[in-house]
Design a protein around this ligand. Structure first.
Ligand SMILES: Cc1cc2nc3c(=O)[nH]c(=O)nc-3n(C[C@H](O)[C@H](O)[C@H](O)COP(=O)(O)O)c2cc1C
Length: 185
């Protein structure tokens, strides 16, 4: 037997993306976005409400960063999803996040979040979603392994679980992509 829950935005795993932008006065903003992902082979799509400060910032500055919230920064990551820079000018200070300007785009990197995608804004698509081109992947050396790649024992991205409004840390490796299925060919 299966149970039907109807039309909901339950989707697994949903990311916890922290979108970094600059306000018009050059101060940073960040917001939490679960509705976003890879689009095409070199682009990112974000489903952002038009009224968010972040949405206006992306259009004005032509750039944004996407950092992946991790287990060490759950409270700050949730906070930037609860409070808008439209209403709280001290949002970033209160979040505890610190920022450094990206070398590639006019947007801030979040110092506490070690893995980020730096994007230039391309357009708003016909459904009102933000499309950006990936210009660079930025990884803090604190989460690199001996060969210079990302070490998932050190980098612990979280996922948003919409049915119970929870955050879960990415778990154990259970397989090899583009490989394990070959045994059934
Ligand atoms: C878990 C979580 C996921 C969210 N996902 C989105 C999203 O995908 N799109 C969106 O427009 N808002 C989303 N929000 C809400 C924004 O993060 C929130 O409205 C934020 O205050 C906007 O900040 P800003 O106005 O400073 O840009 C999410 C919030 C949380 C807590």
């Amino acid at each position: 037997m299966r149970k039907d829950f109807g039309s909901k935005t339950w989707f697994y795993p949903l990311p916890v993306l922290i979108i970094g932008t600059y306000n018009e006065d050059g101060t940073p903003d960040a917001m939490n976005a679960a509705w976003g992902g890879i689009y095409d082979s070199d682009k990112v799509v974000l489903c952002l409400s038009a009224g968010h400060k972040t949405t206006a910032n992306i259009k004005a500055k032509g750039a944004f960063t996407v950092s992946f919230a991790d287990a060490a920064n759950v409270v700050a990551s949730d906070y930037v999803g609860l409070v808008s820079a439209n209403n709280q000018p001290r949002k970033m200070e209160k979040s505890g996040f610190h920022t450094t300007k990206s070398s590639f785009v006019d947007a801030p990197l979040i110092d506490e979040l070690p893995v980020a995608v730096e994007c230039e804004f391309i357009k708003v698509n016909e459904d009102g979603n933000i499309i950006g081109r990936i210009v660079n992947i930025s990884v803090d050396e604190s989460v690199l392994d001996g060969e210079g790649g990302i070490d998932f024992a050190k980098f612990r991205p979280i996922s948003f679980e919409p049915a119970h409004a929870g955050y879960h840390v990415m778990g154990d490796r259970v397989g090899n992509a583009f490989s394990d299925g070959s045994q059934l060919k």
